[in-house]
Design a protein around this ligand. Structure first.
Ligand SMILES: C[S@@+](CC[C@H](N)C(=O)[O-])C[C@H]1O[C@@H](n2cnc3c(N)ncnc32)[C@H](O)[C@@H]1O
Length: 208
């Protein structure tokens, strides 16, 4: 798997391997990239289209952002709180752009707290690989729901290696429904999967 990740990085002219822990005790989780093999499996079964716009909450070194941009040429916003990690992501952006200049969709890295990110009207896909504790996830989800209701748009939340607290919050405290489960082939760890949750406030309105 590590070999595959390195090879894929070379193809995209980026460096996204390795782990970075926070030095102090925080509600924020460490930097670690989603395996490329997992992303390959997900996007064989789940497609994005040109109207989509994705936010990666806790972008790490940007692997998911670059991978999706390269596959689908859609606008990506990647929010990251760790300054060292963000610097690496920005360095990666220079490498990536040097060979992907023909893909005109923007990729934007933002320094800051995911929970303070202002969801734009066009953002409709939201990616999480366990960036932080459930309490922060709840705040971010509430911001997504507020935007979906205000604009009247369908939104998807994509969870990789989903934490029980995340699943519980979506199932018990929101109107999101689980629409897709993508298992990563050959993985012994049952948590190596993606769950995709969808909310469409327009459907709820019609049902009332
Ligand atoms: C497990 S990594 C995921 C990286 C990337 N999304 C991927 O899947 O390849 C989670 C990242 O979230 C960042 N993070 C943690 N808390 C955050 C917060 N409140 N706002 C923004 N980023 C945060 C961490 O620094 C870390 O780099």
């Amino acid at each position: 798997m590590q070999k595959f990740d390195k090879k894929f990085d070379e193809k995209l002219l980026i460096r996204t391997t390795g782990i970075r822990e926070w030095r102090e005790d925080t509600p924020y989780n460490r930097t670690e990239s989603t395996p490329y093999m997992a992303l390959e499996t997900l996007f064989e079964k789940y497609k994005l289209n040109e109207q989509d716009q994705l936010v990666d909450f806790g972008a790490g070194r940007g692997r998911v952002a670059f991978y999706i941009h390269n596959q689908f040429n859609i606008p990506i916003t990647a929010v990251e709180l760790n300054e060292l990690t963000l610097d690496e992501a920005l360095r990666n952006k220079r490498g990536y752009r040097s060979h992907a200049s023909h893909l005109e969709a923007p990729i934007q890295f933002q320094y800051g707290y995911a929970e303070q990110y202002e969801v734009t009207e066009e953002d409709n896909k939201f990616y999480f690989f366990n960036p932080f504790k459930t309490e922060i996830f709840e705040e971010v989800v509430d911001n997504i729901v507020e935007s979906a209701e205000k604009v009247g748009k369908e939104v998807d939340i994509i969870l990789y290696y989903p934490m029980p607290g995340y699943k519980r919050y979506l199932a018990e405290k929101t109107d999101f429904t689980l629409v897709n489960k993508v298992l990563v082939d050959g993985m012994k760890d049952k948590r190596e999967k993606f769950l995709i949750y969808r909310l469409d406030p327009r459907e709820e309105e019609q049902a009332e």
